[in-house]
Ligand binder design. Structure first.
Ligand SMILES: [Fe+2]
Length: 407
């Protein structure tokens, strides 16, 4: 199934219309269109009052040419000053706090996040701490949280440049605490971006390894949303629709980076997966990925992707029907037919091999102590949605199997 990008845009519009009709959480405004980035200045000027702007981003912000075109856009709309926070790697309390210090000094009216999930999450956290006192660690979920956001975050725009995390459609930001080998979420309904501006053309410059890892994140999110204990008919329908594109679009986006239909389909997959996770739940792959990512500095999407086929096999009996629908959609079949789960899992394995995705975690060399630590750390919010109830001991056994080198 290969489609024109206009088909993808139309499908996305239908998904957003239905999501709004069903009362799902989503940004006040979502623009999904090829070339939409050229209108950013106008969108910012019309959605917020005039004032300085803080741009938070990674590769995009380091690219002089792109910075200049951004500044031209904002100048045309009388933005008095633009400030930048450069993001390198996944956000930590320390990196967020450095951005907050700058933001509190320059007092931007609007925060614009441009990049992958790390940039968008950093932008959300800065927007929240710009209007609330204290430090980021005080607001993170988990046993240590001591404060809730009192004031709404500053207006924030989310502009993804990878087809991955779907952070532009969610109300949380994932922040690492490296010293404690933890990742925690800052979560609040008001953290949902004021506007998600999704221009699939922006993802064309993403390197192949980033496209693969972020695509695997979107795939895992779409699937976990559908089989989660907290799945809702509206989120499942949306995710199944997006899932039908991933098998053809991800390999094509990697092999032909400027392929517009493929990039558009993966941008849709990512945004819809974000819509899904903001309104339903995730599962075991994300539970473990959060803890494993805090122990080893690996791309979140890569970890999720490697875990996914194994997680589906653990859950196949407990989530037989949703899994059949998910795998039928992955295969591009209209209805789940007998044997679809076996066929779908076999095809997923073949597809992974063609994309060079490892079949297990044996290359990581995790020690028994690290596995225990990851197993305990994986019992967070995502794990609550997993169809099979997993104890830390069961997760540790699952990880030990994946870490054992094949004879
Ligand atoms: Fe994810």
């Amino acid at each position: 199934m290969i489609v024109d990008e206009s088909v993808v845009v139309r499908e996305m519009e239908e998904i957003l219309d239905r999501a709004r009709g069903a009362g799902l959480r989503l940004p006040a405004s979502v623009v999904f269109a090829n070339g939409a980035f050229s209108c950013l200045g106008r969108y910012v000027a019309s959605a917020t009052a005039s004032g300085p702007i803080l741009v938070v981003g990674g590769r995009f912000v380091r690219d002089r040419q792109r910075r200049l075109s951004l500044e031209e856009q904002f100048c045309r709309h009388d933005v008095p000053s633009i400030h930048y926070v450069e993001v390198r790697g996944e956000p930590t309390c320390e990196s967020v706090q450095a951005g907050v210090t700058l933001a509190r000094r320059v007092r931007p009216h609007t925060v614009v996040g441009i990049g992958g999930g790390s940039s968008l999450d950093t932008a959300k956290a800065i927007a929240a701490l710009l209007t609330n006192s204290g430090t980021i660690d005080e607001y993170l979920e988990g046993g240590e949280r001591t404060r809730q956001l009192e004031c709404a975050p500053a207006p924030q725009f989310a502009i993804p440049t990878t087809g991955g995390t779907g952070s532009e459609m969610t109300r949380n930001a994932v922040i690492g605490i490296p010293a404690r080998k933890l990742k925690r979420s800052l979560r609040d309904d008001r953290l949902m971006p004021t506007m998600a501006l999704v221009d699939p053309d922006l993802t064309m410059s993403a390197p192949a390894n980033v496209t693969l890892a972020s695509g695997l994140d979107a795939l895992t999110q779409l699937i976990e949303v559908c089989i989660s204990k907290f799945a809702r008919p509206e989120t499942t329908e949306a995710c199944l629709k997006a899932l039908r594109h991933v098998r053809w679009a991800l390999p094509r986006a990697i092999m032909e980076p400027t392929n517009r239909p493929a990039r558009s389909a993966m941008s849709m997959a990512a945004s819809v997966s974000g819509l899904g996770l903001a309104n339903a739940g995730l599962g075991m792959a994300h539970g473990i990925a959060s803890a494993l990512g805090a122990v080893r500095p690996l791309p979140h999407g890569w970890i999720c992707g490697v875990l996914l086929p194994h997680v589906l096999r653990v859950n196949r009996d407990a989530a037989e029907q949703p899994l059949a629908r998910v795998l039928a959609a992955f295969l591009g079949e209209d209805e789940p037919k007998p044997g679809v789960v076996d066929r779908g899992l076999e095809e997923l394995d073949r597809w992974y091999a063609a994309l060079d995705v490892p079949a297990d975690l044996s290359s990581l060399g995790l020690t028994d102590a690290e596995i225990e630590e990851i197993a305990v750390g994986s019992m967070g919010n995502s794990m609550r949605g997993n169809p099979v109830v997993m104890t830390p001991r069961e997760v540790a056994r699952f990880l030990q199997r994946l870490c054992r080198k094949a004879p």
